[in-house]
Design a protein around this ligand. Structure first.
Ligand code: SER
Length: 339
């Protein structure tokens, strides 16, 4: 029996991950979220806890009750929301992550073994200064352009480093005290598109919002220009990537942090695919200059060859397959519609 802690369980990745993990009978999921867990997820978890990752007493009591094998620390404020509430974002995204890493260290000491810590980072860790540089940069590698322009991007980049510190150097001067062992593994996700849930507070939200609006027959005002281009991935692939990285043998991993991606259509190209599925879809492009500036600073594509090489990463869904086989059938089912 594996015991798994998932923070941010109600979020988009949490939904997908819980549903996928619940297919295994040898897994006990402890789901933590600020809000009470979605009713649809409750039967899939061993225990649902409504609480705050900033509440260290709560984390201590969870740690005293369970022996976790793996922690998926998904809770975060996304980029648009973080820009509106930067101090809160820093607390949740950074202090929250620190609390979870401390909890993992405590668990490792108690259990006398290594604890896996899976952490989703983001293309928001990159920051390109202008569109010419973005066009020239092409597929950005993990070490390039680490000059984020958002509170969220800064928080994610710092927490990647924090995770590496806990995995490699934590309490490096205390030779005698047991330091605890954290097996920190991190993915830098592109924008994610789910057929089941809609994101809140992100800046890549225009893609899923466009699709979900069309599926409901609602008009959509897209907040970025048609030529806006960033990488994306269908949610099932994001979940697979997390599970594959978790399962990869440690000796195969040459880094702590991996880019992953699947496709990188422009906002206009996404609209074309949405319109092909929903011919009456009504989308207007009215850029919000501030949010536009954020996506313009994110790369048009990322290089995920390290993930391919080290642990065999390969998305199932390219852009056309994602729409034809996952997104369109998924939203039709979600909104009870027929084409
Ligand atoms: N989807 C995230 C956001 O838009 C990026 O990681 O904030």
């Amino acid at each position: 029996m594996k015991t798994i802690l998932i923070t941010g369980a109600n979020g988009e990745i949490g939904h997908g991950l819980i549903s996928r993990l619940a297919e295994h009978s040898d897994v006990r999921i402890i789901a933590l979220d600020l809000q009470e867990l979605d009713e649809a997820l409750k039967p899939k978890v061993y225990r649902a806890v409504a609480g705050d990752i900033l509440d260290t007493a709560l984390l201590e009591s969870l740690s005293a009750t369970y022996n976790f094998d793996t922690i998926y620390h998904l809770a975060a404020l996304l980029s648009t929301k973080a820009e509106r509430q930067p101090v809160l974002a820093h607390k949740v995204n950074v202090d929250g992550t620190l609390n979870l890493l401390e909890m993992a260290v405590g668990q490792s000491r108690l259990q006398g073994r290594e604890i896996k810590f899976l952490y989703p980072s983001s293309i928001a860790v990159y920051g390109l200064p202008d569109l010419e540089t973005k066009a020239r940069a092409g597929k950005v590698k993990e070490h390039e352009w680490l000059t984020p322009r958002t509170m969220y991007g800064i928080n994610k980049l710092y927490c990647e480093q924090l995770g590496i510190y806990y995995a490699q150097y934590y309490r490096q001067l205390d030779a005698d005290s047991p330091r605890g062992h954290i097996d920190f593994r991190c993915l830098r996700f592109p924008g994610l598109i789910s057929a089941v849930t809609v994101p809140t507070g992100g800046t890549s939200d225009y893609a899923p919002e466009m699709l979900h609006a069309a599926a409901q027959g609602k008009p959509y005002q897209c907040f970025v220009r048609e030529d806006t281009r960033i990488p994306f991935m269908a949610m099932p692939d994001a979940i697979e990537a997390l599970l594959q990285l978790e399962a990869a043998p440690r000796h195969k991993l040459t880094r702590f942090v991996y880019n992953v991606t699947a496709f990188n259509p422009s906002a206009g190209e996404i609209f074309e695919l949405v319109r092909r599925a929903f011919p009456t879809a009504h989308v207007t492009f009215v850029p919000d200059l501030k949010r536009q500036r954020i996506v313009d600073s994110w790369p048009a594509d990322v290089d995920d060859s390290a993930a391919q090489r080290d642990w065999g990463w390969q998305p199932t869904y390219d852009l056309h397959r994602a729409f034809a086989e996952y997104l369109v059938p998924g939203v039709l089912q979600r909104y009870n519609r027929k084409l």
